[in-house]
Design a protein. Structure first.
Length: 494
């Protein structure tokens, strides 16, 4: 995978050197970059015909850990302000370093490519670096020393995760698996701390990146666990249940034994899929508007664009948790993400907004009503999203249904650049079957409920198209700064 990815990156950059007129970054460069940063088991295929549009470099995601009264930490990203907008988006320090690509020559070529991409924005990039708020550890909230195992984390949590993986250690919580993990209390419960590591993205599969020869006792001490029959749909390891589901905007938790009827033979795999999607659901995100900017439509749009950029990074990581998604070729993964990302964003807004009356919850700390939407120029989009909210309210959609619909929206994207349609179809079938069986177990009184939920997806796609067109027009106006991953994904949809 590393070799193929390096070739893809270098060939894209080589095209810039060979063609002096190619002043923009190669299409999907920063999506590829971001996926590489989060990668665990990606296949080595990268499609050659992913939609080619002008795009832009990736953004930095500054994350902050917020602790709610319930004791669960909510992850979000920081805000980066810019002096001026730029058609190529906001620059930021590279999030991907090809440490696994082999020789120093390859690293030098990659660095040369990166410097060329950034050379036209050096002054702005310097400003950005100086103005970046400190990145915090997603696990405990301490100052992060960098991205470790794909997640912004501190040295202490990095070392804790590494020790746990290398030693194959299993912990048990003396309480209810809900201990609050903060800088001061991170040592109080190892089980909940490790669970928090997994929840924010430090996957167990990341153990392959730990240097085994540094474990005391050498490689013989470290034993890998085999995947269950190498089946992506069956080899799912879930933590013990902690909370009841079926609460609007409740903290993500696995299904409790009492909430789901025992699966019939043949239904076990899809029941696990729904449970796994619940566990994989990202934590709450916060908009954190820039307090130095005066209130205006520009500030509101800037906040929303920054929020969307950070959510994109979360979506890329979340997609890898969908059983079977990472077995697709890299090209097909990128095609699905490029096609469905706005649908996933809007569906998340819709679900967060269910407990509210005529308000849209873009983030836990950023709620817009009709008047605010009108002043921001987002009234049409507000009306469209609110129509979806009312549909799901009428259906009384549950958390299990929401997470499954979100995965279905990704798998059912309208991309025309799928390499292996059979593999994508297999993923679609597994997710559809998971929804059907969940409804069969939980809503036997309404045998058409799964169909009713699936019938909301066309309206979701229409709303997503309207949102893309609106934000692309904002991009064309050039008044609102946009981060480069968001720009690239936006342009891939136009």
């Amino acid at each position: 995978m590393g070799h193929d990815l390096s070739e893809a990156l270098l060939s894209n950059s080589l095209e810039r050197f060979l063609n002096p007129l190619a002043t923009r970054e190669p299409s999907h460069f920063w999506l590829l970059n971001r996926m590489a940063a989060d990668d665990r088991h990606l296949p080595s295929s990268c499609g050659s015909y992913i939609k080619t549009e002008p795009s832009s470099p990736s953004s930095v995601i500054d994350t902050v850990s917020h602790h709610s009264p319930s004791g669960n930490s909510d992850a979000s990203g920081g805000y980066v302000s810019a002096m001026n907008s730029h058609s190529n988006g906001l620059d930021s320090p590279p999030m991907f370093t090809p440490s696994g690509l082999g020789a120093g020559t390859c690293r030098k070529r990659y660095d040369d490519c990166s410097s060329t991409i950034m050379e036209d924005s050096s002054i702005k990039c310097e400003y950005m670096l100086n103005s970046l708020p400190k990145r915090l550890c997603l696990v405990c909230g301490d100052i992060a020393s960098g991205y470790h195992y794909g997640v912004a984390s501190c040295e202490a949590c990095k070392a804790f995760f590494k020790r746990t993986i290398q030693g194959n250690i299993e912990y048990s919580c003396p309480a209810t698996n809900e201990c609050e993990i903060t800088k001061r209390r991170r040592k109080s419960c190892q089980a909940c701390r490790f669970m928090k590591c997994l929840k924010v993205g430090m996957l167990k599969e990341g153990k392959k990146r730990v240097r085994l020869d540094r474990v005391r006792g050498g490689r013989q001490k470290y034993k890998r666990r085999l995947d269950t029959e190498n089946n992506p749909y069956l080899g799912l390891t879930l933590p013990p249940p902690t909370k009841k589901p079926r609460e609007y905007c409740s903290v993500t938790s696995p299904l409790s034994p009492s909430s789901v009827a025992p699966p019939l033979p043949g239904q076990q795999a899809v029941t696990k899929i729904v449970s796994h999607l619940l566990v994989a659901e990202p934590e709450k995100i916060y908009a954190m508007p820039d307090p130095t900017m005066p209130e205006s439509d520009i500030k509101a749009l800037t906040t929303l664009c920054d929020l969307a950029d950070r959510e994109l990074v979360v979506i890329i990581g979340w997609a890898k948790h969908i059983p079977g998604f990472s077995t697709l070729s890299l090209g097909d993964q990128m095609s699905l993400l490029q096609s469905a990302w706005m649908e996933i964003l809007i569906l998340s807004i819709v679900f967060r907004s269910l407990p509210y009356e005529d308000e849209l919850v873009y983030a836990e700390d950023y709620i817009m009503d009709e008047e605010h939407s009108r002043l921001t120029g987002l009234l049409d989009l507000y009306v469209s999203i609110l129509q979806l909210v009312r549909k799901y309210k009428k259906l009384k959609v549950e958390k299990e249904e929401f997470v499954t619909l979100k995965a279905i929206a990704l798998a059912n994207s309208d991309s025309m650049h799928i390499e292996d349609m059979e593999a994508v179809q297999k993923l679609q079938d597994a997710l559809h079957e998971a929804l059907q069986d969940y409804e069969g177990n939980q809503h036997q009184e309404d045998p058409r409920r799964a169909g009713k939920l699936l019938m909301t997806l066309p309206l979701l796609r229409q709303t997503a198209t309207k949102a893309v067109q609106h934000f692309y027009s904002i991009k064309v106006q050039g008044k609102v700064p946009m981060h480069k991953l968001f720009l690239e994904m936006l342009e891939a949809k136009v």
